[in-house]
Unconditional design. Structure first.
Ligand SMILES: Cc1ncc(COP(=O)(O)O)c(C=O)c1O
Length: 464
């Protein structure tokens, strides 16, 4: 009996939580948390009780070793419980630090911001959040709106791309290119959407002279691992310069070495956005952290005065413990040249995936992406039922390999390995994919199944 359970009979301590049965966890989630999200995960056959995670493996309650090829959609690039990151963060906590205080100096956060500026010397201001990617998107939207409001009041619109995903806070869903996430809510004013990859559409909007910023993902992730034509972003940069529009890259999913450069926009020689977001891979899942990196000139336009100094602050903003996580991830990426590893191993893995595609040309039509951000485009069977979700479910249930379809395009199976993945693990994946496709081809689709059955991709991602 603990004091808490004396006062509140049944109170579960952290130790109790470690030892809960799968049934009990399911019951509590259904009762006290997002009931339907839990149900969707269970129905999709993708919700397991994971007890332990290390490197590229996760172990379920039955002791099955599973291969993680999605890593919370890009979070775990450095491997689950990366020993260097964990040890560094524990070292920091053992120093009995003051992790946050609004006015105290913030040594760890300052060091992180300094390191970030070394990596992108053209963007030298950092805002670090103790939150998710959407919070970073909000921060950058607000920053450019304040900068424009103070200095260019005739600029009132944000241009973003159709099929994009920028998170689920109000500003982020307004910016994202899918109506489904905006249902039942008022929209933030001043947003325009144009097709991703269409440079004429960019010019048509920017030339009107009232656009504050253009924002896009360097590679659309939730939209289905969409890589634009090679000349698109350089042309966007040129047009932003021509029309005085800020260029923002959302690097929440594609950044942090995921695509074989520390920042995905570094794929384009000499391309420098005015600001970019980061999250996911900068945490390795140890503790939520996100943020933005901004050109000093833009930052000063928004917050470069005493009267604007408090316009965008928050309790957890710039806190040392989140920065300790991000700094440790960044240090690991630099010291282990994670970007090169991802480029090299990614190219080898692409070649193996191509052999599977060639074996099943009617099932997989395309292997696309960059580095460890890969999308497999699946077709539909003779009944019109999509393959992707069924293959994902068989891979997870029968072959213990975890992937996930894209939020805004459930014909795309996302395959996001991490750097702890060995050659044998890549082969495990290829075998599992091959056998799962065979199994799915052999088994008829569930009666009445549509292209997006058994569970819609947008529902599955809501379930994550
Ligand atoms: C490009 C992009 N931006 C923003 C977000 C939102 O991040 P979070 O879910 O951490 O709020 C995501 C999440 O998938 C994303 O892919």
């Amino acid at each position: 009996m603990t004091a808490a359970s004396t006062l509140y009979p049944g109170f579960l301590t952290l130790d109790d939580a470690f030892n809960l049965t799968e049934d009990k966890v399911r019951e509590m989630q259904l009762k006290h948390m997002n009931e339907y999200r839990t149900k969707l995960g269970l129905q999709g056959g993708l919700t397991f009780d994971i007890k332990h995670a290390e490197g590229c493996y996760i172990w379920d309650a039955q002791g099955n070793k599973r291969l993680d090829f999605i890593g919370c959609v890009g979070v775990y690039l450095l491997g689950h419980n990366n020993p260097f990151v964990i040890e560094n963060v524990l070292k920091y906590l053992r120093s009995k630090p003051l992790t946050m205080d609004p006015m105290a100096l913030k040594p760890i956060t300052a060091a992180f911001a300094h390191d970030m500026a070394l990596i992108t010397p053209e963007l030298t201001r950092t805002i670090t959040n103790g939150g998710g990617g959407a919070e970073a998107v909000e921060a950058v939207l607000k920053l450019v709106r304040i900068a424009a409001g103070r200095n260019h009041p005739e600029r009132r619109r944000i241009v973003s791309t159709l099929n994009s995903f920028h998170g689920k806070t109000l500003g982020a869903v307004t910016t994202g290119g899918k109506d489904v996430w905006r249902r039942w809510q008022p929209r933030v004013a001043g947003h325009t959407y144009i097709p991703y990859g269409d440079i004429d559409a960019v010019e048509a909007e920017l030339s009107k002279g009232d656009v504050i910023a253009f924002i896009a993902e360097t590679i659309q992730g939730e939209g289905g691992v969409v890589v634009p034509e090679e000349d698109y972003f350089p042309a966007v940069r040129h047009l932003c310069d021509k029309y005085g529009t800020y260029m923002i890259m959302d690097e929440v999913q594609a950044g942090s070495c995921r695509t074989g450069n520390i920042w995905a926009f570094q794929h384009y020689d000499g391309l420098i956005p005015d600001a970019f977001t980061f999250a996911k891979g900068m945490s390795d899942g140890v503790l939520p952290v996100s943020g933005i990196q901004v050109k000093d000139s833009l930052y000063q336009e928004a917050y470069g005065s005493y009267d604007s100094a408090m316009m965008h602050t928050a309790t957890y903003q710039d806190n040392n413990i989140s920065a300790a996580v991000a700094l440790s991830c960044l240090q690991y990426m630099v010291e282990h040249d994670v970007a090169t590893h991802v480029r090299t191993k990614g190219a080898e893995f692409f070649a193996k995936l191509e052999t599977v595609r060639e074996k099943y040309p009617d099932v997989i039509s395309e292997v696309r992406g960059r580095g460890f951000m890969i999308g497999l485009k699946f077709g539909v069977d003779s009944q019109g039922a999509g393959y992707a979700n069924r293959v994902a479910a068989v891979m997870a249930q029968k072959y213990f390999v975890h992937t996930m379809t894209s939020t805004n395009n459930d014909t795309i199976l996302r395959v996001y390995p991490n750097i702890a993945t060995t050659d044998e693990d890549f082969d495990w994946f290829i075998d599992a994919l091959d056998h799962s496709i065979e199994d799915v081809i052999r088994t008829a689709a569930p009666a009445g199944a549509e292209a997006s059955e058994p569970v819609k991709a947008e529902q599955l991602v809501s379930a994550r």
